[in-house]
Ligand binder design. Sequence first.
Ligand code: NI
Length: 173
Amino acid sequence: MTLKPIILHPDPRLKKVCAPVSGVSSDLGKLAEDMLQTMYDAPGIGLAAPQVGVMQRLFVMDCVKGQDEAPRPMVLINPEVTWASDEQHTYEEGCLSIPEHYAEVTRPAKVRMAWTGLDNLRHEEEFDGLWATCAQHEFDHLNGRLFIDYLGPIKRQLITRRMEKLKRERARG
Ligand code: NI
């Protein structure tokens, strides 16, 4: 397994609509394994392919909390939202591409998603709580949308300027 470098905001690759995955191959399985490893290492609960520079519609997530529970690594290929609840939920979100910045985002409290798994079968499941928030956040990445796009322009610009500064500092070493 290989840890992948995570692309930081602002970057044009994080603003693009990703292309559907054409088929489940062994290369795709390797990519999904690498993405899960990168996500756990970060650590994070979700990671979308464009965040590692792959402009295809897949993401990984595992929102199991606590050391006592078994991990539940999930790989969602070509996901679709098939239903969203009217009930909304506000959660403080972060993003591995926008480290150390958090903000409250309101989204449907529950969603159903359909996707293709690494088994090449179509799956459908209803998510709630943190899983629902995470699944929608990662799904947004596939459409070039970040959680800061839900914020007002002043807060979004502030975070973007701080990220530009962080990237300049990292580039300098
Ligand atoms: Ni994110």
